[in-house]
Write a protein that binds this ligand. Sequence first.
Ligand code: HEM
Length: 585
Amino acid sequence: MFTLFAGVIAFVLIYAYLIYANRTPPPSLAFLRGPVGGSIFLGFTEVMRSISIADYTEKWMNDYGSVYQIPMAAGTREVIVLDPKAIAYILAKDTVAYKRTPVLKKLVETLIGKGIVWSDGDAHKRQRKAMNPAFSNARVRESTPVFFDVAFKVKSIWDSILDASQSGEGIIEVQEFMNHLAVDNMGLAAFGHAFDCVSNVSSPETQPKPPMKRGPVDATNAAVHEAVAAFKAKQPTGVAAVLYLLIHILPMIMDLPTGRRQMFDKLSNALRNILEVAYAREKVVNGAEGGGEKNDASTTALGLLVKADRTDPTAKISPDELMAQMKEVLIAGFEPPAAALTWGLIEIARRPEIQSRLRAEIVEFSENNGGEPTWDQLTAGFPYLTAFTHEVLRCYPSLPVLRRVAAEDDILPLTHPIITADGKEITQVPIPKGAFVSIPIKCMNLAEEFWGPTAKQFDPNRWLVDFDDEVDSDEEEAHGKPQKRVKINGSVKEKRSEGKKLRAKEIQGFKHILSFGDGPRMCLGKGFALASFKATCYVLVKHFTFEFPGGPKTELDSHWSLLPRPKVKGAEGAGVPIRIRRVDD
Ligand code: HEM
């Protein structure tokens, strides 16, 4: 009886505290304005995880200025930063003054290990130094044929589906195929290992079974296939929300032997096999003392990492770190590229004019040059495919928000002043040690403040203008009324009339978008991501047409895999069924 009474009192006290914390920011942040409300237990956590994160954070920016604070889970607060100068400052001091949040750190340590994503400061610098050569332009150039080979493998499976169909058309679960393609790309390019994932796409109801024989799957590949399947499994939102809350209060629950934890353990064992092969191969290629001839095997990302560990004392990484690196490269190299490609195919399917323009550019190259483009051609040529790639990255950043915790008291510089809760104008924002700081990438990429009135529209044409002369003064002008054409960097770009410049160019980062992050933690695989995206689009758009069975207005929804993914509203899991036909049919 007493225990029940004590339990009720404890619950009431916690509940009262959460109501208080939800309404009242701590004194160190009380000078910042911000929205009140959200859930008593989770604050605006669900909003910050939702598909509408950019809409909310943009509205709050318009109401409270470019730096504000919001209530989050378990009575915590988060400072939201949407000022370009402040963002550049935070990301430049990343890993030292701004670090991963304790919850994320614990999660990464538990599931993946103390690799580059987990580490901060000097440990991060050392690991980054070891990994850089494995992600250089030279490596991306060498890997580009692999991306074409994997895309052609998808093509041949889709061809067999169409061959078996009476109507010459097939409904393909494109997200499923892009997941498997991205894993195969990473396996071959980074580890020199064929996971053979594309040939093992499961065939849901909507998709005719590929009439092909599947070979036996070894234990390593089976574990990776299982991991890919588990990543895309749907989590019930209610349970996920409760777990998220509990993790903040009791981080040790991440140590529980959950299904996901066991799956990660299996994945470690599988990757250990690949690592052992890489160690053995490196020994054979370079001899125990090193210095031998390089060959294909030793120049995979993994081969270079193994070699760097032995040959460069300043870039030494322990076997545990190497293991964590492999898991990170597999996960970071699979999830965002697969999501970006799925979004790309969605936009292609719902916008026939973009699809035709892309195909025309690809076919023109193919007719003039014969084989597939090299990395240099993919990078320097293909203005429309490049514009399309940038627009997919802008509109659909895989990581909608970057979250950090301030490791010391700091002062953020601002591009434009903000008004505090007591009505003062400030040009710098004091950030107390321990404050959670969030940068909503998706909002920075899509806010009208930075991208003008057409910010929310998917429009690759915006990348074909002379960016520095872009205007946002007039909707008609800003949306595709080219006035004259100018030559920039050897390619013809459309230039619009003179006027107010877009604020987007104040944003640092790749192409003024934050989809790859910025600073010391900027995406290591950016080059791989761009080359594999373009190579895959090249092959698939050249050979197939895409359309939604329900028409271009098909409604989309979001689905949580490791990161947010698109899905067709009402479809099972992360389903994105798209109808394909051969181009020449
Ligand atoms: C469209 C594709 C991709 C996108 C949008 C993307 C995005 C990002 C972002 C935003 C970060 C920074 C995270 C942070 O600051 O907390 C990041 C880091 C990272 N990415 Fe990517 N990524 C992509 C593809 C890849 C690929 C293909 C690889 C591997 C080949 C890769 C490997 C990594 C690694 C290892 C890091 C951690 C870097 C560090 O902490 O120093 N990414 N990525």
